[in-house]
Design a protein around this ligand. Structure first.
Ligand SMILES: Cc1cc2nc3c(=O)[nH]c(=O)nc-3n(C[C@H](O)[C@H](O)[C@H](O)COP(=O)(O)OP(=O)(O)OC[C@H]3O[C@@H](n4cnc5c(N)ncnc54)[C@H](O)[C@@H]3O)c2cc1C
Length: 460
């Protein structure tokens, strides 16, 4: 086993792995350095929101932190409010409280297993892996570990092509919606707001800002102008184990065939969601068998339809968004943003290619970009990832899906060979696994990675 491990990152993935490691008895005590990047270790971006409007998009019964206890979150929530049901979509901030309480418990228990842990509220700025271990640079300090795990979530969003620097410098073009939402103050002016993208982050932005800005009008633009699909009010079990569909997909790993098979299966199902949910346990292995050219085809042609069907909205959220549309406060449009220019009067002129290839220019007071997770490690400003890539310590995924890695999280070195002492968990593994961001996937990765890190040498 590794006796000294560094974990880099302050979100749910790091919290889950730390807890998995500290709650085990090992042949020798473990020393853990947790570079949490800030004081509230464990919440990360998704569960750091203070807003009661921001709900989990996974039912309470499925949000447990550990594979061995999938109902753990439901128990926690019911201890606070016995009327909570397993099918409820609860506030994300409550989930953040749950993560914090579980981590605090694990930190407290660590001593009884002989483990020793430092929670460091710093970001790790550099990692240099070698045969002897990993050197970790932070601020003016340096430390060493036998192995390190990157649990840094997705990368900071980058401005879309066509956005002028002046538009960004004006503060009216928002590249990262989360800090903006955290600081947006109530405003009753008749603001004209454009949201680019129509996924779950856009939905969060629309719910929050429409409440704080009661006289604002929102346009939302995406390639297809469609919202995420809604969940059913009650959970429906997968139609079957998906075996026949999965086998037929495995037999012919190409996207055209897969889409045809999926269309057939969803047409024949009582509810299409049961087919998509039935695929979930197989998605990672199907992805692994997909040749690179087919992965690229999926990203070009099927990704957004998959995201809409797979990452759905709770029914109460759907109702709120529909109410905004019916009240005339939200207009959805199809098209592609071409450019954003800061005009002399201080507004943003947005040119977009609308349906039929026609160019349309419209003025907005604020434009907010919500275009999904960024995992492009070749083009990021994230200091640690830049250092790792430029130093040739890792290999970027060539489709922009994180870092090249083994399915167990072992990162590849600059020559695309698996490293024995540098690992990742979560979004950086999208290239290896595709589905690698939600709690049900993360808790499985955390359990498997803890097994690997603590395994006797002969088993590793
Ligand atoms: C808005 C939103 C809602 C979501 N809702 C759900 C849901 O309902 N259910 C579900 O299952 N999943 C949901 N997800 C998926 C979500 O990504 C995961 O559940 C989980 O939050 C991912 O955690 P993470 O630790 O991998 O990443 P993050 O939460 O992004 O945490 C990573 C942390 O690492 C820190 N960090 C970065 N670099 C460094 C460094 N160099 N040193 C130290 N720290 C660093 C970052 O600042 C950040 O705090 C949601 C995601 C988002 C964005």
């Amino acid at each position: 086993m590794f006796h000294k491990v560094a974990i880099i990152g302050g979100g749910a993935a790091a919290a889950t792995l730390v807890s998995e490691l500290l709650e085990r008895r090992t042949s020798r005590p473990l020393h853990l350095d947790w570079y949490a990047g800030g004081p509230e270790a464990g919440r990360g971006i998704a569960y750091g929101t203070p807003s009661a409007q921001h709900l989990l998009n996974v039912r309470a019964a499925s949000m447990g932190m550990f594979v061995s206890k999938p109902g753990g979150f439901l128990e926690y929530a019911q201890a606070i409010d016995p009327s909570v049901k397993g099918s409820d979509f609860l506030p994300r901030r409550l989930y953040g409280d749950f993560l914090r309480s579980r981590v605090e418990q694990a930190l407290k228990n660590a001593g009884s297993f002989g483990h020793d842990v430092n929670v460091l509220p710093f970001t790790a700025d550099s990692l240099v892996p070698s045969a002897e271990g990993v050197a970790i640079g932070y601020g003016d300090g340096e430390s060493h570990a036998e192995a390190a795990v990157l649990a840094i979530g997705s990368l900071p969003p980058r401005p879309l092509p066509g956005v002028e620097d002046a538009a960004i410098a004006s503060g009216r073009y928002v590249v990262d919606p989360w800090p903006f939402l955290a600081n947006a103050v109530p405003d009753d002016r008749p603001l004209r707001v454009l949201v680019i993208g129509l996924g779950l982050t856009a939905v969060d932005v629309l719910l929050e800002l429409s409440a704080r800005w009661p006289n604002a009008h929102f346009d939302a633009l995406s390639r297809h102008g469609k919202l995420p699909e809604p969940h059913l009010a009650t959970a429906s079990a997968p139609a079957d184990d998906g075996g026949e569909l999965v086998d037929s997909m495995r037999d012919d790993p190409n996207i055209r065939t897969w889409l045809r098979r999926l269309r057939e299966a969803t047409t024949n199902a009582e509810d299409w969601r049961t087919v998509i949910d039935g695929l979930r346990p197989h998605t990672q292995s199907l992805w692994r068998d997909l040749p690179r050219a087919e992965r690229a085809r999926f990203l070009r042609h099927a990704r957004w339809a998959w995201e809409r069907a797979r990452h759905r909205m709770p029914p109460e959220v759907t109702a709120k968004i529909e109410a905004l549309e019916q009240a005339g406060r939200l207009t959805r449009g199809r098209g592609r943003m071409r450019s954003v220019h800061l005009s002399l009067d201080g507004a943003l002129d947005v040119a977009r290619v609308a349906a039929g290839g026609v160019d349309v220019v419209q003025s907005y007071d604020i434009v907010i970009q919500t275009v999904g997770l960024n995992t492009d490690t070749q083009r990021t400003e994230h200091p640690l990832i830049r250092q790792l890539v430029i130093g040739g310590h890792v290999t970027p995924d060539s489709l922009g899906l994180g870092l090249k890695a083994e399915p167990n999280g072992q990162l590849h070195d600059g020559n695309d060979r698996p490293r024995s002492n540098l690992f990742a968990i979560g979004s950086l593994l999208r290239g290896a696994l595709w589905e690698s961001t939600a709690i049900p996937e993360i808790r499985k990765q955390a359990q498997a990675l803890a097994n690997l890190l603590l395994a006797d040498d002969k088993h590793r």
